[in-house]
Ligand binder design. Sequence first.
Ligand code: ADP
Ligand code: ZN
Length: 725
Amino acid sequence: MNRVRLLVLNAALGPLDYRVPEGVDVAPGQIVIAPLGPRQVTGIVWEEERLPTAPVPDAKLRPLLQVIDVPPLKAELRRLIEWTADYYCAPLASVARMALSSGGALGGPTTTIEYRLSGGMPERMTPKRELAIAALESEQATIRELAGIAGVSEGVLRGLTNQGVLEPVEVEIDRPYPEADPGYDKPDLSADQKKVSERLIEAVEARAFAPFLLDGVTGSGKTETYFEPIATALKSGRQVLVLLPEIALTEAFLKRFEDRFGVPPVLWHSSLKSTERRRAWRAIANGPENGGAQVVVGARSALFLPYAKLGLIVVDEAHEVSFKQGDGVRYNARDVAVMRAHFEQIPVVLASATPALESLQMAQSGTYERLELASRFGGAELPEIRTVDLTEHPPERQHWLAPPLVEALEERLERGEQSLLFLNRRGYAPLTLCRNCGFRFQCPNCSAWLVEHRFSARLACHHCGHETGAPETCPECGEPDCLVACGPGVERIADEVAERFPEARTVIATSDTLNSPGRASEFVAQVEAGAVDVIVGTQLVTKGFHFPELTLVGVVDADLGLEGGDLRAAERTFQQIAQVAGRAGRASKPGEVLIQTRHPAAPVIEALASGDRDAFYETETELRRQAGAPPFGRWAAIIVSSEDEAEAREAARRIGDTRPKLPDIAIYGPAPAPLAMLRGRYRYRLLVSARRSANMQEVLRRWIGAVDHPNGVRVGIDVDPYSFV
Ligand code: ADP
Ligand code: ZN
């Protein structure tokens, strides 16, 4: 009798066995539908010996209902799923879900109805209709998506459809993608770039696992350099995955890609429409030929897609913290990318101007091959970096720009050059309090202050999204006009610029203002056209952007990132400031960077000012080595949470009490988390610090798996944690 074992896409269920109906062929990796009680579940056929479970007698087996007509997940991907689940202590099903991240790809109709403007006008124009018609120019999507784009209700659009202003169009969901041309517009590489790209081309041709650290200063042309091995992969009929840390960056990347290869790549990110998801997923699984997916550019979730013939992976801005997923399966896409390359037997390139300490360490130990681009492309100089000691040059009261920075800004405005002010804080002010009674606005769901957003006149929690209108009287004492904003956010810095330089054209660049690809490209176009004098931005503007007229970067508060004092605080500060500094003087005009700080002698600030990256990394590395911290030891965080404070505390205590006592593993805590409440849940943390010789994951699984908790308790394991709150 023919039977199969399924990995079912439900983390609460173990592996399940089924009967294969007569005349049906199944192989590992195939995606199937099976009955489960009265319901149906999706599963992946898995090798039985890799998914042990108590055997079910033949007579009890129920038959599979359907084998879905998509290519099976390859063994390479199945091994990656297993590795990821194992390493990050996550359920296999949760990891497998990421590979099938498009439910719609597996079945359903093959065409869809979308709507677009017909050119007609409604009998009666209303302000909403007018708004919608203006916003939907050259858009085509479902009613619901169009409503999102236009910012009107679906009802308004249905009204327009009834009047023939919007017309339906039937679209083939799985239509082919246009073919990229590897020779479309080849750049002339500099000698340095050529050396690097030839090494990568050789690695693509060799079709063997080869991890590279592409360590190139900002503006060295890392992108151009890795485009050439991409061309090689395309010529030999292989696919390429490029991971980018931020969706706001993709727009600029797409344009460069199209300039080089004649067509845009296939995009993958979490806000794709469901039809786009299906189309991309199937094209990726079908391979690069016949309108399939050749080059995929995506956020970290693109890593688990079922590429048919992967030939190269590039992780750009590989040091970025956003490659680490903060909940669910807490994986680091940078590290999993290397594992995927290992299973696929292909090269992987981690590109960065400020590599993670872990990556540099791998390069130093010879595990990764280091490729260097030491100078900027086209002879541009790296900017001059100076610190501004705020204790010596204090800004005026309720102002945040010190005199030297104000002067530098003024010079740029006079010369018609652009400036960028960097402050990693969204909104107007991080804290609002009552001058009369001292009341502070706090989030009801989190241990965090509400951040004032003056443009939208809201107070918002940056952890859970809770929002209230900004009141005029104190909710506690009832005094009118007594609320004061404490400290600056980007909006307040923009206000200060407007007050000092009323004629300056200022834009704010944060995830609030550049929250869609459209807005991001509008921003880029505006800056490129010279319609902007001063950009005030958060970490979003620290990377990727290339603005030739930008010659001044001001770091408003370099000490901000050092406050938390966690493992990576200094490293992150270094990376952020070095990256934002790298936006200055990228073309013919020299750049200048002013770093405002209260601690000009702090090692990280001194390293930035002297440009001595190696010295900084060496000291950091030594500190980590002595502390047994990553990458010299392994860390894991255990986060216990519940809506009930006592229940959370009790569960954390039980976990703490049953901790294993092993010579090569130290366990600290439990202690209330720094963010003691998040989204209405009370939180406790433990930290596990293991020598590399220990099998930390195995210890964690046994220990955490053996403790039972009430239903309301959640226990999360975060291997290689990046967040310590
Ligand atoms: P990085 O990512 O290393 O900071 P970029 O890839 O953004 O640098 O390159 C900086 C600028 O130099 C970009 O405008 C890019 O188009 C240009 N550039 C780099 N290499 C070349 C080349 N070989 N030919 C033409 N332009 C190049
Ligand atoms: Zn909150």
